[in-house]
Design a protein around this ligand. Structure first.
Ligand code: ATP
Length: 218
C-alpha cells in the first residue's frame, strides 16, 4: 500500500496543475477538455496526462475529451480537497505566519485551528485569526482538539523535539518545512517541503543558461 502511494506521488504532484487548467477551461464555459489541451498548457506529454488522470476514474470521450466539471470533482475528491481537515502549526515565525494566512490551503480544505510557539510575545496574539498557544501544554491541547495533521515551521534545532511531542499527542501526519529528516514511527507520515531546493534548481538552471550563452551555445 505504502509503495503504491509512493509510486503515485509524481502523478499526485501534477494533479493540482491539471486542476488549475481544467477550472480555467470550465470558467470559460467549455464542457469538455482534452488531455492534449492540458498537456499543451503544461508542457507535458499527452500520454502522461491521460495516465495521471486515469487514477481519478474519469474516462475521456474520444474526440471530446474529459467532462470538465466531473473531472474537477473527481480530482478534488481524489486529493481529499473536498473535505475539511483540521491542522495545527508549530513555530509561528515568518514562514509559519505566511502559511497560516495562505488562502489556497484553506480552499483545499486545510483548516488551521491552532498554532504553538515558545516566544511569549507571540503567545496569545492570533495570527490570521488562528489562536497562538504556548508550547507548554501543546500535547494536551492537540489531544483535546483531536487534530491529526501538523505543520512544522520551527528552527531546525527544535524540529525533532517538536516532532516527538506531536507524535506523542497523536499526530499522524507532519508537513515538515524544516531541513531535518525527522525520526518518527512507521505509522506517522512525514512530507518534507524544502523551499530552498526549488531555489537551488532555479539558480543552477540560471547559471547553466549563462554558461551556455558565454560559450556560444544556441
Ligand atoms: P521570528 O524572527 O519571527 O522568530 P523566524 O521565521 O526568523 O521568525 P525561526 O527562528 O525560524 O524564526 O523560528 C520560527 C518560529 O518558531 C519562531 O516564532 C520561534 O519563536 C518558534 N520556535 C522556536 N523554537 C520553538 C519550539 N521549540 N516550539 C515552538 N516554537 C518554537
Amino acid at each position: 500500500m505504502i509503495r503504491r502511494k509512493i509510486s503515485a506521488a509524481p502523478s499526485v504532484r501534477r494533479l493540482p496543475s491539471y486542476l488549475h487548467v481544467i477550472k480555467q477551461v470550465d470558467t470559460e464555459g467549455s464542457e469538455y477538455i482534452s488531455g492534449t489541451v492540458i498537456a499543451g498548457e503544461l508542457n507535458l506529454e499527452p500520454i502522461q496526462v491521460r495516465k495521471d488522470l486515469a487514477i481519478t476514474g474519469i474516462i475521456g470521450k474520444p474526440k471530446k475529451g474529459y467532462p470538465a466539471k466531473a473531472l474537477i470533482t473527481a480530482i478534488e475528491h481524489f486529493l481529499g480537497w473536498d473535505e475539511i481537515q483540521d491542522a495545527i502549526l508549530v513555530g509561528v515565525g515568518n514562514l509559519g505566519s505566511a502559511l497560516m494566512g495562505y488562502p489556497e490551503l484553506r480552499s483545499h480544505g486545510l483548516r488551521m485551528v491552532a498554532a504553538f510557539d515558545i516566544n511569549p510575545e507571540k503567545i496569545g496574539n492570533p495570527v490570521h485569526g488562528v489562536p497562538v498557544y504556548s508550547v507548554d501544554g501543546m500535547g494536551s491541547t492537540i489531544q483535546d482538539l483531536a487534530v491529526k495533521l501538523a505543520l512544522l515551521t520551527v528552527p531546525n534545532t527544535e524540529a525533532q523535539r517538536s516532532a516527538d511531542i506531536l507524535v506523542g499527542a497523536g499526530i499522524t501526519a507532519i508537513w515538515n518545512f524544516t531541513k531535518v529528516k525527522l525520526k518518527v514511527p512507521d505509522e506517522v507520515i512525514v512530507e518534507k517541503e524544502d523551499i530552498s531546493s526549488g531555489y537551488a534548481i532555479l539558480r543552477v538552471m540560471q547559471q547553466t543558461k549563462k554558461n551556455e550563452k558565454n560559450h556560444g551555445a544556441p
